[in-house]
Design a protein around this ligand. Structure first.
Ligand code: PDD
Length: 285
């Protein structure tokens, strides 16, 4: 089946889709994006993704390429044309193409590209096994809360994880506290059963999965604490897990080679993973 991409008003064969060489997304990473999970044909938490896109755009003074209603139509049409039932839709808004100059161009129109692809979402086999993470210094700029495509530190950290046969790298700030993964948020469960995740300030991306899981945790009456936690606290934690649109809730069973708890997915993480899969099945909100 041949894939289709949406590029600035047109649906094109994916393999021959192009943006201009002076597109500012390409030149400066002057661009924001979203990845939305599609589960059983439903968009998971679309409104929260669109709200975050708006927030990221506004933080960079980037204007909207079209209304939210039109964008939703393009997202659905791209998903439909690619026959995605379980997978992701990716969208990127750049400041557009203009002669290369650092300051904003006077006359560029924002570019919008949208792609969609089938892939496992919140893969039950992976949840059952759990994954390993390593820790690396957080080398990013001071605004990871903006979902920009300026992802080089994340790319390098993920490659370190790959070299170490790990699934994800948890980035660590100057104080020895975990910020987040390269493309996921980080969580631990401590000895008294508190679920701990870093507060959503400028230092992390406020994950849409993170927000959905916080709703689930609060509804279940579990104790949630939003604060930084250190690498040593994580290594000594009863359980650990990560969250993202593609992984849902995924247990972490090793940190830097050492077992978390007994080295198997924690019972609370497994319960929350199942609850999040049910939440996804409820469809778009
Ligand atoms: N990444 N933190 C970072 C740095 C991320 O890139 C992501 C998502 C998350 C989790 O956010 P959410 O729950 O909204 O997916 C946290 C996406 C999946 C990506 O870049 O592919």
């Amino acid at each position: 089946m041949s894939r289709v991409a949406y590029v600035n008003g047109r649906y094109l064969p994916h393999r021959s889709s192009r943006v201009h060489i002076e597109d500012r997304g390409f030149q400066f990473a002057d661009s924001v994006y979203e990845v939305i999970a599609i589960r059983a044909g439903q968009f998971v938490d679309e409104e929260r993704h669109l709200a975050r896109l708006k927030r990221s755009r506004e933080a960079l003074e980037l204007s909207a390429p079209m209304s939210d209603a039109a964008l939703k139509t393009v997202l659905r049409e791209t998903v439909r044309r690619n026959h995605v039932a379980d997978g992701i839709v990716y969208l990127q808004v750049t400041r557009g193409a203009a002669p290369r100059e650092f300051a904003f161009p006077k006359r560029a129109r924002p570019s919008l590209i949208v792609t969609a692809r089938a892939q496992a979402i919140a893969d039950p086999a992976l949840i059952e096994r759990g994954v390993a993470v390593i820790t690396v210094p957080d080398l990013r700029w001071k605004r990871p809360d903006i979902k920009s495509v300026s992802l080089l530190p994340n790319v390098l950290a993920k490659q370190q994880a790959k070299y170490a046969d790990a699934y994800e790298a948890w980035q660590v700030d100057a104080y020895g506290n975990v910020t987040e993964g390269t493309s996921s948020n980080a969580w631990v469960v401590n000895g008294v059963g508190e679920v701990v995740t870093r507060q959503a300030d400028h230092s992390i991306l406020n994950g849409v999965t993170r927000l959905g899981l916080i709703d689930i945790i609060e509804r279940a009456g579990l104790r949630l604490v939003e604060r930084p936690f250190s690498v040593s606290e994580a290594r000594a934690a009863r359980e650990a897990f990560l969250t993202s649109s593609t992984n849902g809730v995924l247990p972490v069973v090793r940190i830097d080679g050492g077992a978390v708890g007994d080295g198997r997915p924690g019972s609370l993480a497994v319960t929350l993973a199942a609850a999040y899969r049910r939440y996804m099945a409820e469809g778009t909100r």
